[in-house]
Design a protein around this ligand. Sequence first.
Ligand code: THU
Length: 133
Amino acid sequence: MEQKILLEHAFKAMENAYAPYSHFRVGACVVMKDGTYFYGANIENASFGGTNCGERSAVFAAYSNGYRKDDIEALAIVSEGHRLAAPCGICRQVLSELLNQKTPILLATKSGLFKETNIEELLPMQFNGDDLA
Ligand code: THU
């Protein structure tokens, strides 16, 4: 997986953000092991709780097309802010179930900041389906 290309796809996806309230655009792209890309952007709502973050949009797109966590090679999340936009708490919870623990998560900004992480690092002590058993 070429990280630079994945990030370029995520920046392209960011152009589709619908962020009339925050004016903060987020783009995301998931690359599958078979080479397929799925895109996501933040989609806001006047009822703010109805907003969907960019990374959730991208991972939901992959799942909606029949892919599952083992099929995912990496996720890129990009933003225009002055610092890296790490996933919010809701996204961390969602990603902890829909990604493998060590699947690379690439964070980048338009200004050139970059960090690679994974959900194990972003969300320790996870609550998951095992807790419901
Ligand atoms: N946002 C994301 O898309 N991903 C994150 O991880 C952080 C926040 C979006 C949600 C909202 O549209 C805007 O950024 C401001 O919170």
